[in-house]
Design a protein around this ligand. Structure first.
Ligand code: MN
Length: 210
């Protein structure tokens, strides 16, 4: 059973102390839709230490004041592991008005090393590296509900998006070394912030494409 901790607005200072002990945290967010930030808003932030735990935060959607979460995001000593951070980092930086530092993206990495597959969804990686079948049916559910109105199924669903990421990172990192693509991966991650700026400026297409 995943241990789930729930927070309104921001994590507590005790939670911050606990999370700051870790050198890497898995992160995911849910929004009211995929068009962040102009149409849709950041609804939920999930963190995991990789020990089958999920820290679920429902930010205040009027003020988006969450200084403790921001401390984690801006802490360069904590690697934030996510899947398709192009979406999550964009929303976090825009709504929480912060800079997300030290990020590691399993989707970008998967595309660079799992060239034998066309499928780079989180559920594909969880199946390959953790042997678990993820049920993605709740991915488009109403995440704007109050935290205490979210069903157990919704809470488990959004926890599943973070609890496997540490294991996935370990495996993909080994493959990056084996395939000698670590440097290429790191360059891609450096570009990610620019990619997000392009998205937010309306350049959603690949500007390098002919
Ligand atoms: Mn998610």
């Amino acid at each position: 059973m995943t241990k789930i901790y729930k927070f309104e607005d921001d994590i507590s200072s005790d939670a911050l102390k606990e999370l700051e002990k870790h050198s890497s945290l898995a992160i995911d967010t849910e929004g009211s839709g995929l068009q962040i930030p102009h149409r849709d808003k950041l609804s939920l932030i999930q963190l995991s230490t990789g020990q089958n735990d999920a820290w679920i935060i429902s930010p205040n959607r009027k003020t988006y004041k969450a200084p403790n979460i921001v401390k984690i995001l801006e802490n360069n000593k904590i690697t934030k592991i996510g899947h398709y951070l192009r979406y999550d980092v964009s929303g976090l930086e825009y709504f929480l008005k912060c800079e997300v530092k030290n990020i590691w993206d399993s989707k970008v990495c998967s595309k660079l090393v799992r060239t034998y597959s066309q499928n780079h969804g989180l559920k594909d990686l969880v199946l390959e590296f953790c042997g678990k079948k993820l049920d993605k049916r709740l991915s488009s559910s109403d995440w704007n509900k109050n935290l205490n109105e979210l069903t157990d199924a919704q809470l488990q669903y959004c926890s599943n998006d973070v609890i496997y990421l540490h294991k996935i990172k370990d495996e993909l990192h080994k493959m990056l070394i084996r395939e000698q693509r670590l440097e290429l991966y790191e360059s891609c991650m450096k570009f990610l912030k620019t990619r997000i700026k392009l998205d937010q400026s309306g350049f959603t297409e690949d500007i390098f494409q002919h």
